[in-house]
Design a protein around this ligand. Structure first.
Ligand SMILES: C=C(O[C@@H]1C=C(C(=O)O)C=C[C@H]1O)C(=O)O
Length: 284
């Protein structure tokens, strides 16, 4: 039987879920890519499961089921989803020209929810590869995510940087969910036992990263640089759960996106039913 194809986001933000992931004995193949590529390959059925953009789940929800208690979320600052501006607030950008990274779906929709929805603006958007210099040559502000955003902030101190998690939190008081672990529905039907086994290994990695974060931090330093204090703060600001507070934030985000015409108003969040005895770590 062919291996289960599992997407892996090529950013440090998901390291805690992958660093301790043990593929031994499981028929899996890990495929690294940026979120927008993973969204596309999942939709095409070329990848079976992975951490897709929460926005992409909403676009395809009848075809996917979510894995319980896994996400990439933040309550407040996220630390890697930034709008770079020449000293502007969101409210100054209502009719600006804004360059969007071609790597994202959730953050692009979030920016539109904030700017078109909350701020009542109508800016012009262009989509470009994630290169801050080229984006700012053509626009008044630039949206970057993940490692591109972290690097750009380190290398370009001249900009005012708005954190999209913080902008959402200030206006709603809610968590923002950027990625969810989705699995294609036919995989749930056809290969449930392998899926449960993979899920347990991902969940075990999440729990181990929480208890033993130093190796994760070292790996992030090896990939991007930065010091231990930076990464400690970064990972402390991220949340990998998908529980009541995250689900409330996710529903509000879908509602706001539907209000400005980005999504259907009927998105249903459906969670995979795990068999009794599936290990989900210690209760906390
Ligand atoms: C926290 C982040 O969340 C990411 C943002 C995504 C998006 O905007 O579509 C998708 C997956 C997440 O990895 C980040 O990239 O910095």
């Amino acid at each position: 039987m062919r291996p289960l194809r599992i997407g892996r986001i090529a950013f440090t933000n998901v390291l805690p879920i992958y660093h301790y992931f043990e593929a031994d004995g499981l028929p899996v193949e890990l495929v690294p890519m940026v979120p927008s590529q993973l969204n596309r390959l999942m939709a095409a059925g070329e990848v079976d499961m992975g951490p897709i953009s929460s926005f992409a789940y909403a676009e395809q929800y009848p075809n996917y089921v979510l894995l319980p208690d896994l996400s990439v979320s933040a309550r407040g600052r996220v630390g890697s989803i930034f709008l770079f501006t020449r000293d502007a607030d969101l409210s100054d950008l209502r009719s600006a020209k804004i360059a969007l990274t071609n790597t994202s779906a959730s953050s692009v929709a979030l920016l539109k929810v904030l700017l078109n929805g909350f701020e009542g603006g109508n800016p012009e958007y262009i989509t470009l590869p994630p290169s801050l210099g080229e984006m700012m040559e053509q626009a008044d502000a630039a949206l970057l995510i993940g490692d591109d955003a972290i690097r750009a902030q380190w290398e370009n101190p001249g900009y005012r940087v708005l954190d999209m998690g913080w902008e959402w939190y200030q206006r709603t008081g809610l968590d923002m969910v950027f990625a969810v672990w989705a699995v294609r529905r036919e995989v749930v039907k056809e290969r449930p036992d392998e899926l449960y086994a993979v899920y347990e290994r991902f969940f075990a990695s999440k729990e181990r990263s929480r208890l033993d974060p130093i190796p994760v931090i070292r790996e992030a330093q090896r990939q991007l640089g930065g010091d231990e204090a930076f990464w400690r703060k970064y990972y402390n600001g991220l949340c990998y759960d998908l529980r009541q507070p995250q689900l409330e934030g996710l529903e509000a985000y879908y509602r706001r996106a539907a209000e400005i015409g980005l999504l259907s108003p009927n998105v249903r969040i459906e969670m995979l039913d795990l068999p009794a005895g599936t290990s989900m770590g210690e209760p906390r």
